[in-house]
Design a protein around this ligand. Structure first.
Ligand SMILES: [Zn+2]
Length: 210
């Protein structure tokens, strides 16, 4: 567990690694700018940092993290659309070639959604946000109403990834690029209990180990 002095020491080690050599990766990234090929939409959960889990270097991934790695649909209502703005930047400015919606096991956001029982509570920012994935919860409850809670949670974590992939296609600048082959969407699920990475296979309509 990192205290603030640990974090400051961590930065010193990072600085030595990345800034104290003239040919360092950061020197190059500062000179040439960032050109990540992949956008990852991941959860805020402290255990699922995509750069760590996927062993990436600075500059490799453009990352959005929010509660339960959700993508909202295209909508015109007023508000502060942080996730949508970052997706637009990755697609239209950086021209990424892949989007990975990166779900995970033991997701606190999904747990809140399942326990809410399908009620949207606008008094809670978390519950209102998680209501984006209500169709995933409803579908799991219809398909496996008597399953143990852990199984329902895992199923909902995976179905919520598919909801986000569907929502991505509601943005015309995503849809056009997917249809032209310039952009590919991926649904991945990090099983933190077993140290496995699964991906959604659209042909088989299921998640499978990578
Ligand atoms: Zn989560």
């Amino acid at each position: 567990m990192s205290s603030i002095p640990d974090l400051v020491e961590g930065f010193q080690r990072f600085r030595e690694r990345h800034f104290e050599r003239n040919d360092s990766l950061y020197q190059q990234l500062v000179k040439e700018g960032q050109t990540p090929k992949t956008l990852v939409v991941a959860c805020c959960d402290s255990r699922v940092d995509p750069a760590l889990v996927l062993d990436c270097e600075p500059g490799d991934l453009f990352v959005i993290r929010n509660v339960a790695n959700l993508v909202p649909p295209s909508e015109n209502r007023a508000g502060h659309h942080g996730t949508t703005a970052a997706i637009e930047y990755a697609i239209r400015i950086l021209k990424v070639e892949h989007i990975i919606v990166f779900g995970h096991a033991q997701c606190g956001g999904i747990n809140t959604l399942v326990r809410s029982g399908g009620v949207n509570n606008p008094d809670s920012y978390i519950e209102d946000w998680m209501y984006l994935a209500e169709s995933a919860r409803a579908s799991v409850m219809a398909e496996m109403p008597d399953a143990p809670l852990q199984e329902q949670l895992h199923a909902c974590e995976q179905k919520a990834i598919l909801v986000s992939l569907g929502n991505l296609m509601t943005f015309p600048w995503v849809k056009e690029r997917v249809e032209s082959g310039a952009l590919t969407l991926h649904g991945w699920y990090f099983d933190i209990e077993h140290g496995q990475l699964l991906r959604f296979n659209t042909t088989m309509d299921c998640f499978e180990a990578l």
